[in-house]
Design a protein around this ligand. Sequence first.
Ligand code: FAD
Length: 457
Amino acid sequence: MVVIGAGAVGENAADYAHRAGLSVAMVESELVGGECSYWACMPSKALLRTGHAVAAVHRLPGTTASFDPQAVLARRDSFTHDWDDASQVEWAEGAGITVVRGHARITGEKTVAVGGEVLTARHAVVVCTGSTPVTPPVDGIDTVRTWGSREATSTKDIPPRLGVLGGGVVGCELAKAFQRLGSQVVLLQHGPRLLPSMEEFAGERVAAALRAEGVDLRLDTTLESVAPDGDGIALHVAGESITVDELLVATGRRPHTADVGVETVGLEPGKPLEVDDSGLVTAVDGGWLYAAGDVTGRAPLTHQGKYDARIVGAAIGARAAGRPVDTAPWGEHSATADHAAVPQVVFTDPEVAVVGRTGKQAREAGIDVRVVDLPIAVGGSSLQADGYDGAARLVVDEGRGVLVGVTFVGQDVAEMLHAATVAIVGEVPLARLWHAVPAYPTMNEVWLRLLEAYRSA
Ligand SMILES: Cc1cc2nc3c(=O)[nH]c(=O)nc-3n(C[C@H](O)[C@H](O)[C@H](O)COP(=O)(O)OP(=O)(O)OC[C@H]3O[C@@H](n4cnc5c(N)ncnc54)[C@H](O)[C@@H]3O)c2cc1C
């Protein structure tokens, strides 16, 4: 099997296929470990973590805490191993995977060219090439220096003034990180709210917290044009000019299929590789081309891509060995959770932890929905922080008596998310969930309050 792209997803597909008995070559044009390890999840969370810990300390009386932004950058560097992938290569080779350096292009059925070499797969080619940032067509954007998430997460300097374009997850997280690291951040969001794909109260709470810490947040704002301004960049919005030292463009990503040779097998470059639940690319015959991770456009998150990759690797292994393949919903070779049970955390402060559908998405899917909303105000949360301010929502499928969505917003809610994911994936009846007693005094007591509210209405 040949894997194109050795991000977290490619590594998992390779590992699982190798464990299932195949020999595997994994081709990487940059760093083995991909975006998540070097420019996305890990460095961004390292930039956020110290500020969150210090803010949490300040919510307890009688405490003092502060931090050195340079120490945060140094800690970030330790997580990215100074952008050296030796340890990941060592892992891959130790796991029995052959690592090939270079840019890979599909050249036809089961063949992949890397430089002058052609790799021919006996069983399958798996495309795990990730995604690339999208830059919107703003007047003058080509005339100024811009940051993508890579430049932001790998920066060696904290810009005194940072413009952030885009109020999705990446924009919100990095606005928070840099404001706390010492930048004056101005965040421009085209639409009326932050985190538009999530429950409205999540974006509202994140917006209020950003503003409370001094971020100049402008909703419903279009960046009309940009221009160089001395060493900085002038942002023109609503008749006003705002000068920043760096401009982070965080306006989304698209699947990375532009230069992977997909046209040689009849696919359109630049489009996502649509797959079935076992990861097989549906538009290509012959059962040899698979894809997983951001490149499929299904659920562009590391953990979900790795889930897909485990399934792809196992499915290829089973098919190659002539073993049964179970692609029924929730079967061993079906990435069923991608459809309606994807967990995600926005590591702002407050954190936003979501899984499954929002109330609106559930209604649009034709589900008979009941929504239960409560503040997170239990013994556990009051101990966690003085004046703890959080909110929780359950989205219940009334017809089946199960949860289809959960959102928590507040300090330290990320670690509460997996219980919600288990409840949704397990389709645990609410009547049974009533018997899942949260330990006292933890923030999980909010589950009890939510179920009480549901039962008493
Ligand atoms: C700032 C930021 C923060 C994020 N934070 C989180 C988070 O906290 N949690 C989370 O779950 N997700 C997070 N994400 C999303 C996460 O980074 C992606 O979902 C994940 O990296 C996707 O993994 P992947 O393996 O599909 O792609 P990638 O990690 O992009 O890996 C693809 C690899 O393929 C290689 N490649 C591409 N084309 C070729 C070719 N033709 N030949 C050879 N190699 C090739 C690339 O060099 C790359 O190494 C974040 C994203 C960003 C931008």
